[in-house]
Unconditional design. Structure first.
Lengths: 210, 210
């Protein structure tokens, strides 16, 4: 019995998160209220408050859940480099998949929400930055350090090189999406071209010289 | 007489812009109303409407005015490269001044406002992107192309190289500020170190080889 109860509660928890996420993205933090979330999730307002003490904590859970998507990318990074010795090929695959993950419309919308509310909730923004942003940089840095040890790259400061890699890769497409509200999303092949050019430039700077 | 009238009107126009800018930054687009702007500017609500048809147009004027700050950076770029043949030294000065300009707290706040409202006003975001962002890239690209012709750099695709330069330079500090609400602003010397490292990496990729 207990197990069934937990499952039902978990399901409601997920329903609330999903409903809230859609409304936050559509109406912004200020424009969202708990009544509307309850109605969309098909639960009572009391149930919403049983799961989430207030709107801010509900928002935080949605935002921080997206860092799990980033975790997946990190795992991908580490695995790709551990299995391959062709740096150019591996970095190119990584660049394409990473860019494609970051450019998912729902993730871009959450990103915009975090930025919009950073003055109001700096602690949440910092958590997202540290759990998402910096975790990827650290994983990349560890891989670049190992590849340098193996003579396959030439990187003196791995964390700095990792930040240059993501800067070259993401600056243009992410900013265009941030500023223009995704009104003209890029095709997969456009994104691949951006990724390939970024990897090419990055390796001009950091590849092992023959 | 006519001249005095115009001047007084111009001054009111500026007072309204300044008051509105402060309130938009503090309260966001939704949280701002024309009454409050009028009160802060010390003019009547009618006067505000005489100068700006509605809140959206007032907001747009404030946002687009910041692209003038970017114009200054562009001028600086073109001048710096025209006067020097020491690419490393010039790029380093440029990197430091450009990063410092972009990291001005008021500009970061307007940037955050534009992103926050990009879904609501994609056309404004696109104007800011094209007038600010892309103008700098074009100016940089023109300089890189000329330096390549002179044998001082080795750039096949100038616009792409320009986008890599700003990505390496700005991705980390701008994003940290976007997400964390400027709660721990970086010192001038930290920013200089970031700029110098970015220029160093960029030139590893794009300097003319001896």
């Amino acid at each position: 019995m207990k197990r069934t109860t937990e499952t039902r509660s978990d399901r409601k928890h997920q329903d609330i998160l999903q409903a809230a996420s859609a409304i936050f993205v559509a109406k912004g933090y200020e424009g969202t209220n708990m009544e509307e979330i309850a109605a969309k999730a098909g639960v009572s307002k009391q149930t919403v408050y049983k799961h989430f003490a207030d709107k801010e904590r509900l928002f935080a859970e949605i935002v921080l859940a997206t860092t799990d998507q980033v975790e997946d990318v990190v795992t991908l990074v580490l695995k790709a480099f551990a299995e391959s010795h062709d740096v150019t090929d591996t970095l190119q695959q990584l660049g394409r998949r990473f860019l494609s993950a970051v450019m998912q419309p729902e993730l871009l919308k959450v990103r915009r929400l975090v930025i919009a509310n950073a003055d109001r909730m700096p602690q949440l923004g910092r958590s997202w930055y540290e759990n998402g942003f910096e975790r990827v940089l650290k994983a990349l840095a560890a891989s670049f350090a190992r590849l340098t040890d193996q003579g396959l790259m030439r990187v003196d400061e791995p964390y700095l090189a990792a930040s240059h890699f993501v800067g070259i890769l993401l600056w243009i497409p992410v900013n265009e999406a941030m500023f223009t509200g995704n009104d003209r999303p890029k095709s997969a092949s456009e994104l691949d071209r951006i990724a390939d050019a970024a990897v090419h430039a990055f390796l001009m700077a950091y590849a092992a010289k023959p």
